[in-house]
Design a protein around this ligand. Structure first.
Ligand SMILES: Cc1ncc(COP(=O)(O)O)c(C=O)c1O
Length: 376
């Protein structure tokens, strides 16, 4: 059997990883500024993480959500404490798209409405409703397109107010920072106005923090820069540091009912062990602060050393937009400098390293990028 061929692959085969580094099958070492697509939060193969998951596996790997699992409660407690959303409730699932699907469902149950508002360039996942709320027609199949989704321009509160005033919108969904769309940070005034307009018309506000959350922005959630309180927050990626886990944080005004959501694998014992290890390491090693400091250091130094079209970012979620296509730069960084980076669109280099990135590692990237741009 062959693999269903859907991924454009870089020609490397990583076989080992530690901290911010990957090694391929030929023994070459790479600095990982891609973090497996914003997933590696506490660094690869962190000893506490490895120990938490392997000792859990030795005790018990799985049982279903039909029994009491105290690790889920511990995870909710520790997450609430670290992100300071103490009175929210947590629903656990397996991925980002699934978190958004469940968020839409909660919003629809709560409001009795079925329409969703999303924003231009948004990415919310590839399952049915999540992909319908993603601004990329190429990945929406006919079966996904019956969802009622309206896309509005980013940062345009008047258009949002106009649409919500019809009182038929269940939820507005917005990324804390748009990732796939190009590392676009919403105006904080816009987010504050969005919160008010949603309240005014009985629409729930969903913050998709799947990529920008879990400390990446230098705050636990990127929306916390705007000091708003969304009704629903979705999380995944950094939450499990590579172990599949996602979650939906739900405000106390929204009531649960038995059976309204459910999953076989969501919040399983191994996923909880991974999630707990991540939170423990993030706290113990002050990784949110590190993301803020190293992110600022990178942005400031990028500003002074290279001439880009635009630099955007918060913490360790950084977009470097060039005038030209960056596929060659990205390949040269990988093959010539052994540095793995991400991309948004065709001309934005996207940096999503582990939150453990050190100043020395940041310097190594800055020096390599500078040398590469000056040699071409
Ligand atoms: C903002 C955002 N939402 C949702 C998703 C979907 O997450 P997953 O691939 O885990 O389904 C992604 C993935 O890149 C994302 O960046």
């Amino acid at each position: 059997m062959n693999l269903f061929d859907v991924y454009s692959l870089f020609n490397i085969t990583p076989v080992r990883a530690e901290g911010c580094y990957l090694w391929d099958d030929k023994g070459t070492k790479y600095l990982d500024l891609y973090g497996g697509h914003a997933v590696i939060s506490i660094g690869h193969s962190h000893p506490h993480y490895v120990d938490r998951i392997s000792s859990q596996l030795n005790r018990m790997g799985f049982y279903s959500n039909s029994v009491v699992n105290p690790m889920q409660e511990e995870l909710a407690q520790k997450l609430g404490d670290l992100c300071e959303m103490y009175d929210y409730s947590l629903f656990l699932c397996n991925s980002g798209a699934e978190a958004n699907e469940n968020a839409f469902k909660v919003a629809s149950f709560h409001t009795g409405r079925s329409k969703i508002v999303a924003f231009e360039k948004a990415f919310h996942g590839r399952t049915s409703a999540a992909v319908a709320a993603t601004d990329n027609t190429k990945i929406v199949a006919p079966v996904n397109s019956f969802h009622q989704v309206e896309f509005l321009p980013f940062n345009d509160i008047d258009r949002v107010e106009q649409v919500l005033s019809k009182k038929d919108v269940a939820a507005v969904i917005i990324e804390g920072i748009q990732g796939v769309g190009g590392v676009n940070i919403p105006d904080y005034d816009f987010l504050r106005a969005l919160e008010k307009v949603c309240k005014k018309f009985g629409t729930l506000l969903i913050l998709d923090e799947i990529q920008s959350g879990y400390g990446r922005s230098g705050k636990f959630f990127a929306f916390q820069y705007a000091e708003i309180q969304p009704d629903i927050i979705t999380i995944a990626k950094g939450m499990g540091n590579g172990f599949p886990i996602g979650g939906v944080l739900i405000s106390p005004e929204i009531k649960s009912e038995k059976g309204m959501l459910g999953t076989t694998f969501g919040g399983n014992y191994l996923a909880c062990a991974a999630g707990l290890a991540v939170l423990e390491v993030m706290k113990e090693e002050s990784l949110i602060l590190n993301a803020k400091e190293i992110g600022e250091y990178l942005l400031n130094n990028l500003q002074s050393t290279i001439s880009a079209k635009e630099l955007r970012g918060e913490g360790l979620m950084i977009g470097v937009e060039f005038y030209e296509k960056i596929s060659a730069i990205r390949l040269q960084l990988l093959k010539g400098k052994n540095i793995f980076t991400g991309v948004s669109g065709v001309n934005t280099l996207r940096l999503l390293p582990p939150l453990t990135l050190s100043k020395k590692q940041a310097d190594s990237f800055l020096g390599s990028l500078h040398a590469l741009l000056n040699s071409s």
